[in-house]
Design a protein around this ligand. Structure first.
Ligand code: C2O
Ligand code: CU
Ligand code: CU
Length: 492
């Protein structure tokens, strides 16, 4: 039960290693230990004004602090996570990406309902090393409010670059944010990542087996910091926007001694707060939570064990271990603050009837042939006798898998025939979950990423409306995307 039982061991010299790895050292107890508790930090915030936000992001490797020391990372403007971009519906967001990474990169705005054409949310655009490119995003006037994010999306190196640290948050604010309970709340961003700690880019090199399992690092960080302490006031509301920016690790969030109130999912707000004891966050997913601390004390914000399956042969994942993410120190005693009675207008959550349906099968297959026009990484996977496919096909940038018409409302049944979970993500058009094979409760809310459990299926309803263009859907275990579990949709 002790929240720090499986936390980190400290060894002389200040280096930290994960418990479970044999090592000599004493247990790091967090508060009260000789090691000062790491400070909870927030990324720099850049806010739009007069309908525009113009941002320059320099992508480059750097040495960054993570609490007990410094480490090698890929950064936006020198930090990981990168700056938080705050915009409003109707704004124009312009991002000039300057590439100093030493390799090609590009930019994707995950979850934004914006055009995938031209130099907007177009993942087929690339920015070579030592080059720069200005992306322009026109955010529709009726865009939903919520927590979105940006990260690289160049097929073959997405997992490596995001794992290296390339991720930042985009907040879209609207009138829901003016609710008195939210205005009075303390808003915080919690970006979860799990890098390998090291001093060179060697931390980004993983084995083929790790790619197939989906790479996980050795430390879990919150906004780039190991086990920070969040100091809060009893009687106030805490408003947390949580992003799982890990390449592959799942988190099952729980706050000791408190229930959490979910007010938003990936792509929008719920109608009313929904109380939960824990919430599963697959890679790419976001959740907005409220907590109402009332009693003085120190409480662990933890990830509870979750089995995301695997490749077999004794492969295990960090997702299946209990991990302390942060300590929440509540100051004082006071009656719990009230929750906002309502959030999104129920009409904004209403779903039209489906006009068509299709089925997609996510599979890890055996066999596959070399040299059939796929990318090098897909061939590498096939060379190993394994393929990561959607509907039997490995990603091919020159093939369009789904051609459909603007205005359709499609039900997609996503079936996972493999022994591990796959978080399915669609660009540009948010959806809602309408059915699940595992019988788990469905919270009505807008999503852009949904976990499809091993051997299970999930049906989502997607209004393919307002924006046309050609873009992708894929597994958000980013190694799987790089290995070919991605397809192309063209909405005409
Ligand atoms: Cu978060 Cu296709 O990406
Ligand atoms: Cu995306
Ligand atoms: Cu996957």
């Amino acid at each position: 039960m002790g929240p720090t039982r499986r936390e980190f061991l400290r060894i002389a010299g200040g280096a930290l290693v994960v418990s479970g790895v044999a090592s000599v050292g004493r247990r790091f107890e967090g508060l009260g230990s000789a090691e000062p508790a790491a400070r909870f930090t927030q990324p720099e915030v850049l806010t739009s004004a007069n309908g525009r936000l113009d941002v320059e992001l320099v992508v480059a490797p750097a040495k960054v602090p993570f609490g007990p020391g410094t480490r090698f990372a890929y950064t936006y403007n020198g930090t990981t996570p990168g700056p938080t971009l705050r915009v409003r519906p109707g704004d124009v967001l312009s991002i000039t990406l300057e590439n100093r990474l030493g390799e090609t990169t590009n930019l994707h705005t995950h979850g934004l309902h914006v055009s995938p054409s031209g130099v907007a949310d177009n993942i087929f655009v690339s920015v070579p090393d030592h080059d720069r490119r200005t992306y322009t995003y026109e955010i529709p006037a009726d865009h939903r409010s919520g927590t979105f994010w940006y990260h690289p999306h160049r097929h073959g190196t997405v997992a490596r670059q995001v794992f290296g640290g390339l991720a930042g948050v985009i907040v879209v604010e609207d009138t829901i944010d003016a609710a008195p309970e939210l205005v009075g709340a303390t808003e915080r961003l919690l970006v979860l990542s799990d890098p390998v700690i090291g001093s060179s880019s060697a931390v980004l090199d993983v084995s083929m087996m790790q790619e197939m399992q989906g790479r996980e690092g050795d430390r879990v960080l919150v906004n780039g910091v190991a086990q920070p302490t969040i100091s809060v006031q009893a009687g106030t509301l805490e408003h947390w926007r949580v992003l799982n920016a890990s390449s592959s690790r799942y988190y099952r969030l729980a706050l000791k001694g408190h229930s959490l109130h979910m007010i938003g999912t990936d792509s929008g707000r719920l109608a009313t707060p929904v109380a939960v004891t824990d919430v599963l966050l697959a890679p790419g997913e976001r959740v907005e939570l409220l907590a109402a601390p009332s009693k003085a004390g120190s409480y662990a914000l933890r990830s509870l064990p979750y089995d995301r399956g695997g490749m077999g042969m004794g492969s295990s994942s960090g997702s299946s271990r209990r991990t302390t993410l942060a300590r929440v120190v509540v100051n004082g005693d006071a009656p719990a603050a009230g929750m906002p009675p309502s959030l999104a207008a129920p009409t904004s959550l209403a779903l039209p009837d489906a006009t068509s349906r299709r089925e997609l099968v996510l599979a890890m297959g055996m066999g596959g042939s070399m040299g059939d026009g796929n990318s090098g990484t897909s061939n590498r996977a096939q060379g190993m006798g394994r393929t990561f496919t959607i509907d039997g096909e490995s990603f091919d940038a020159s093939r369009t898998d789904i051609v459909t018409a603007l205005g359709r409302v499609e039900d997609w049944t996503l079936t996972n025939t493999s022994p591990m979970d796959h978080p399915f993500h669609l660009h540009v058009w948010p959806f809602q979950i309408v059915a699940r094979s595992d019988g788990k409760a469905i919270t009505p809310g807008w999503k852009d990423t949904v976990n499809v459990p091993a051997g299970g299926s999930v049906t989502v309803r997607i209004p393919l409306t307002e924006i046309s263009g050609r873009t992708v859907y894929h597994c958000h275990i980013l190694d799987h995307e790089d290995l070919g579990m991605m397809g192309i949709i063209d909405v005409r």
